[in-house]
Design a protein around this ligand. Structure first.
Ligand code: PEP
Length: 245
């Protein structure tokens, strides 16, 4: 349908421990996914070293769930892009809805984090999405446009390198995914705004209650280039089945 390589990325959130991770990572490492699909997991900071050992030389890459907007210095508790690169990260989520809502991250801060990630050599996965109230008020496209504005302002070169994830907040962790048509509608709008800013090839992932049973119908949509998967990424076989879809 198009030449964008599919990407299926797990977001473990604040789950796991050394023992359960070992099992999950081994399951992913031993899986035999379609080579045409890129597979990745975003793990909690303390487990990056474990992921880098368990996944080394395999077909699954790894990343983190957040990054500082700053390169280094007096920022207690923050983690820089170069630190993530030290542990072999290729990706980092920025602006996940849980960071926006629980940690007050503004769209400008999210764009600043995307820049820090790019400067450090990481691919930022910029998450956007409307709440249920906003959706019911018919404000979806407007909210997404506001969230994306400072990112679009980064310019064509940056946009060619990033990934965007559309994650309607009402679909995250609720078991209620957007329908393929609903998601496609928003993805097409995001695609148009990226194209307007000069980037045709930016991948746009869908996230929100993706599981093996609904992945294929979502992936059949022209502007859905893969998925960002929360809950279902914690079980290796389920995650691999999503990738196979
Ligand atoms: C997420 O938080 O990125 C997510 C998509 O979660 P879930 O798949 O559990 O809805």
């Amino acid at each position: 349908k198009n030449t964008r390589t599919r990407l299926v990325m797990g977001n473990w959130k604040m789950n796991g421990n050394l023992a359960t991770n070992a099992e999950l990572l081994a399951g992913l490492h031993l899986g035999q996914p379609d080579p045409a699909v890129e597979l990745a997991v975003c793990v909690p900071f303390p487990y990056l070293a474990q992921a880098s050992v368990a996944l080394a030389g395999g077909h699954v890459s790894w990343g983190a769930q957040d990054v500082s907007a700053h390169a280094q210095g007096a920022y207690t508790g923050e983690v820089s892009a170069s630190m993530l690169v030290d542990f072999g990260c290729r990706w980092v989520l920025v602006g996940h809805s849980e960071r926006r809502s629980m940690h007050g991250e503004s769209s400008q801060l999210v764009a600043d984090k995307a820049v820090a990630a790019l400067d450090g050599g990481l691919v930022p996965v910029v998450c956007v999405g409307e709440t249920l109230t906003e959706q019911e008020a018919g404000q979806t496209n407007q909210v997404i446009a506001q969230q994306l504005a400072p990112v679009l302002a980064l310019g064509t070169e940056a946009l060619a390198k990033i990934v965007v994830a559309y994650e309607p907040v009402w679909a995250i962790g609720t078991g209620r995914s957007a329908t393929p048509e609903q998601a496609q509608h928003v993805h097409a709008a995001i695609r148009a705004s990226l194209a307007g800013a000069g980037s045709q090839q930016t991948r746009i992932l869908y996230g929100g209650s993706v599981k093996a049973s609904n992945a294929a119908s979502l992936f059949a949509m022209n502007d859905i280039d893969g998925a960002l998967v929360g809950g279902a990424s914690l079980v290796a076989q389920e995650f691999l089945r999503i990738a196979a879809a």
